[in-house]
Design a protein around this ligand. Structure first.
Ligand SMILES: C[S@@+](CC[C@H](N)C(=O)[O-])C[C@H]1O[C@@H](n2cnc3c(N)ncnc32)[C@H](O)[C@@H]1O
Length: 218
């Protein structure tokens, strides 16, 4: 599968990096605060959509897995909406910064949970770290296996100013955008279909959020 997943885990396995992520990453500038607020609102709206769809079928949405949870940025919002929120991350240092430290150390490439163990998985800001389809596919297949129905996920899209500027400048930041077509092919191969997408700033920034459901589009 290549060494990138291993390198990435080591990158976050640092007390300083984890403390920075918890204390500064999302508060360091007006832009960072705006992005965080926007992402919280997108994830919460996707969550409401999934809860309403479950209710329509006479079912509840009671179990969420936040993987990777990082330092617990989404925890309060998730707990406001759902009875059981489980958190997981590959980095022990990130988990140690997540009070109270109830998160479990786990890899999204091999989630230590049974099939259909939760109703929804939130997978925020992980997929764009992987260059190769094989690395992303393993994660997508694991999310599809462990979630009973819903997945809320972010990835980097390549059709925007930010991605274009990075390509022109030859900037390699260990972040890998992909085309919407590639993304569609990969989720289809993992047995998932896209319900909805929201761009952080369409045409300008790379980050895209999608609400996925198990089941393929024909
Ligand atoms: C950019 S942070 C995002 C954290 C959180 N989802 C958020 O949006 O605030 C990326 C996280 O992915 C974790 N990570 C890296 N590789 C992973 C893997 N294979 N499985 C699970 N977590 C991983 C890192 O430890 C880090 O906490």
């Amino acid at each position: 599968m290549g060494s990138r997943p291993q390198e990435l885990r080591q990158e976050y396995e640092s007390e300083d990096r984890a403390a920075h992520y918890r204390n500064n990453r999302w508060t360091r500038s007006p832009r960072a605060r705006r992005t965080d607020a926007k992402e919280q609102s997108i994830v919460e709206s996707f969550l409401h959509e999934s809860i309403n769809a479950q209710m329509h079928n006479g079912e509840d949405l009671t179990r969420i897995l936040d993987l990777p949870c990082g330092t617990g940025r989404f925890r309060n919002m998730l707990e406001r909406n759902c009875k059981q929120v489980w958190s997981g991350d590959a980095s022990r240092e990130m988990l140690m910064q997540t009070p109270p430290t109830t998160g479990l150390q786990m890899s999204a490439h091999a989630i230590p949970l049974a099939d259909d163990a939760v109703d929804l998985i939130l997978c925020s800001r992980l997929l764009h770290h992987f260059e190769h389809a094989e690395q992303r596919m393993t994660v997508l297949q694991e999310l599809a296996r462990v979630s009973q129905r819903w997945i809320v996920l972010s990835y980097f899209d390549s059709a925007n100013f930010q991605a274009w500027r990075n390509r022109i400048r030859g900037e390699f930041r260990g972040r890998f955008p992909m085309t919407q077509k590639t993304f569609a092919n990969e989720i289809h191969a993992a047995g998932l279909k896209e319900h909805k997408r929201v761009y952080i700033a369409r045409g300008v920034s790379e980050q895209v959020w999608v609400l996925l459901e198990k089941g393929t589009v024909h």
